[in-house]
Ligand binder design. Structure first.
Ligand SMILES: O=C(O)CCC(=O)C(=O)O
Length: 275
């Protein structure tokens, strides 16, 4: 089963910077990706960020950029239909893949995901850049479903990036080199922002612009893990913008393109879908 976006979903993505996609991919992918999550948590890659290794509770874990060595994730990227959904939402003739990101909060994980935009973390500029965050477990706002500041992708802001897990964050050294204006304290002034969030079932997805402000609470459940896989997609107007503070998984030495050029490097940013 591969589904397309509805006109309404495309409109939400354009106006709000986020759209919820109910049952975005075939349910078999949820089982397959949950198996990948279990394996990565048992044997994390060098790109993992693990706040409590081995912990059954209170463990904020992420791993990323696995598609090159993990055939299951490679299959998900190529065959789940996400590339087409991304291209449709971005109104782009093509969708190139940037990277995969596993995002897990075990039951009783207090740590929130700070409010942030994705674009300052990434070596790209352009408006046609988005993520598809696929829920692999049920979650709601109290159990760390994502929240978004509706329409913030249109604000023309580029906010300073922040490490997700504080001083011990494995990514802190590169994130702290970034630039941008400080992100407003949204959590302390929630009433001043148009915040939207969704109850999610496994297989539901959130598709959102790399410019949309988003965050999540800790996982308040006593017994339910919250797990998701985010895939990151580049549309027609994306250009390569390596800069201090950008994720080092793919850097200048890894690509055949120059700053300012589109990501036309098929080995590193494969084109998965074209209209
Ligand atoms: O899952 C989370 O807690 C954060 C996800 C996120 O920020 C993203 O996918 O861009």
């Amino acid at each position: 089963m591969e589904r397309a976006l509805t006109e309404q979903e495309i409109q939400f993505f354009k106006s709000d910077g986020v759209a919820v996609l109910r049952q975005a991919v075939d349910g078999t992918w949820v089982d397959r990706m949950n198996t990948v999550v279990d394996r990565q948590m048992a044997a994390p890659s060098k790109w993992a960020n693990d706040a409590n290794p081995g912990g059954a509770t209170n463990r904020h874990f992420s791993d990323r950029y696995l598609w090159k060595q993990n055939s299951e994730i490679d299959a998900f990227v190529r065959h789940s239909g996400c590339a087409r959904l991304a291209a449709q939402a971005m109104e782009s003739a093509s969708a190139r893949f940037y990277f995969d990101h596993l995002l897990v909060k075990e039951a009783g994980t207090a740590n929130p995901t700070p409010w942030h935009q994705d674009i300052p973390y990434w070596p790209f500029l352009g408006k046609q850049i988005c993520s598809i965050w696929l829920a692999l477990t049920p979650c709601d706002i109290e159990t760390s479903s994502l929240e978004f500041v509706r329409g913030s992708h249109l604000d023309d802001k580029y906010y300073l990036a922040e490490a997700f897990t504080g001083d011990n964050d494995a990514n802190k050294s590169w994130i702290s080199q970034g630039d941008g204006e400080p992100c407003p304290d949204i959590e302390a002034h929630r009433q001043d922002f148009d915040i939207v969030g969704y109850d999610m079932e496994p297989g539901d997805a959130l598709i959102f612009s790399a410019w949309t402000l988003h965050g999540a609470r800790g996982n308040g459940s006593a017994d339910q893990r919250r797990a998701a896989i985010s895939t990151r997609w580049l549309g027609d107007d994306a250009i390569w913008n390596p800069h201090p503070g950008a994720d080092p998984t793919v850097g200048r030495d890894d690509v055949s393109i120059e700053p300012g050029q589109p990501p036309h490097d098929d080995a590193v940013f494969p084109e998965i879908w074209r209209s």
